[in-house]
Design a protein around this ligand. Sequence first.
Ligand code: ZN
Ligand code: ZN
Length: 229
Amino acid sequence: MVNAELLKLAERFHGHICPFLVLGLRASEIAFEKLGLIKPGVYETISEDIVAIVEANNCFADGVQIATGCTLGNNSLVYIDLGKNAVTILKRYSGKGIRVYIDAERLDKYIPREARELFHKVVIERRGSREEAEKLNEIWREIGLKMATLPEEEFKITEVEVTEEIERAPIFESIRCSRCGELAMSTRVVYIEGKPYCLTCAGMGTNAVIGRGIVTGVRTPYRISKVEK
Ligand SMILES: [Zn+2]
Ligand SMILES: [Zn+2]
């Protein structure tokens, strides 16, 4: 079961306790146990030979990052845009891993009708009062904490075999944009009439993770209005 310290850390990171945050913690823990990996403590780091794959960018993904120590920033987290609540933990070079999937419909029995109705009103229809939002947060937290001890049987757990080795983050040289003067990774620089430009200055789109997942052709959604020294 997910320990209190991990829950606290997850809450600070994610901003609130909710069911899918805790499910991300619990699913990661199950995968670690199956692989015989040591559960990372709050202050411990884990070997970078472990890769976590998440399939959606939601609360669950935050739980995974906290529980596994595989994060967006340390390049041990891979986000594949499949829109599912699952985590796969791979041990690099072992060729093996464990995938843990949770089916939201299986959770219905843990979520009281009142909570579902309130969720609909506050989150989906966005017409709840402040009190109702707070009440929802309270119930949500309570259900979230229950997920810390969710039995293994509620998850779908499968062994996986690695078919493609995941690359380690390569290091690219930096090129200075001839317009803004900032350095950008060479793979994100374009040349116009022989001069290098960053994608922002070139007004070009690139890939971005936004609410709905990974989207291509996203342009930098702001422009510099004032230069601070
Ligand atoms: Zn959440
Ligand atoms: Zn530029």
